[in-house]
Write a protein that binds this ligand. Structure first.
Ligand SMILES: [Zn+2]
Length: 214
């Protein structure tokens, strides 16, 4: 089961205080997806992982924590304003896009990649294919930037392979998987990469779980 509790958080940008739910504990039943999305019940709690200030729309894992480099001026820049004012995006998704964009603009590409991927998952849940692909591609872009200085992060390389496959870029996914399978020592990662290559050969862009590897 999942236990939730609410706490007050003060926005580090504008000072406004709001109550947010936090996760006390949760349980996971089953294997994660190949893109690291956890199984239920953890899956349903991910939406609480990011908070958004209702007053200034600053968003982060906790709005009381400052993303280094973010200030009021950045939050009111044209790029952020166009996201904040877009009434077609619901607030549960919008907070992930705002936080991802803030991490991207402050060059924390690791967190930006994760938050764009979370956005894609939320669009998967409402079967909005166009936005699922759009945000997976943004996540790919962030991972590539992150890997330019962290190319020994094999878990992130492995995630990249899945995102390339899910966005129908089979040839690049196969190349990345083949490059990686020759250097990884971890047997599980090797098995995942070989499975990804099989899926790419079959032109399979669907969601698959780690349970299929065992
Ligand atoms: Zn605020």
């Amino acid at each position: 089961m999942t236990t939730l509790f609410s706490l007050d958080y003060s926005c580090t940008i504008c000072g406004h205080t709001t109550k947010f739910y936090s996760i006390g504990s949760t349980t996971i039943f089953g294997y994660m997806d190949l893109d690291t999305r956890p199984a239920e019940l953890k899956r349903s709690t991910l939406v609480y992982d990011v908070q958004m200030c209702p007053k200034c729309h600053y968003a982060n894992y906790e709005i009381s924590d400052l993303i280094v480099g973010v200030d009021h001026r950045l939050l009111t820049s044209d790029r952020l304003k166009s996201i904040i004012s877009d009434d077609t995006i619901n607030d549960d998704i919008k907070k992930f896009i705002i936080a991802a964009t803030l991490y991207e603009l402050t060059e924390n590409y690791h967190d930006a990649a994760y938050l764009y991927l979370n956005t894609a998952w939320l669009y998967d849940d409402i079967t909005d294919l166009e936005n699922s692909i759009k945000y997976r591609k943004l996540s790919i872009e962030m991972i590539k930037k992150y890997l330019t200085t962290n190319n020994d992060d094999h878990h992130m390389c492995c995630l990249l392979v899945d995102l390339l496959r899910r966005t129908n870029d089979y040839s690049q996914a196969i190349t990345a998987a083949n490059d990686l399978v020759n250097v990884v020592k971890d047997e599980l990662l090797k098995n995942i990469l070989n499975y990804q290559i099989e899926l790419c050969i079959d032109k399979d862009n669907q969601c698959h779980s780690l349970g299929e590897i065992f």
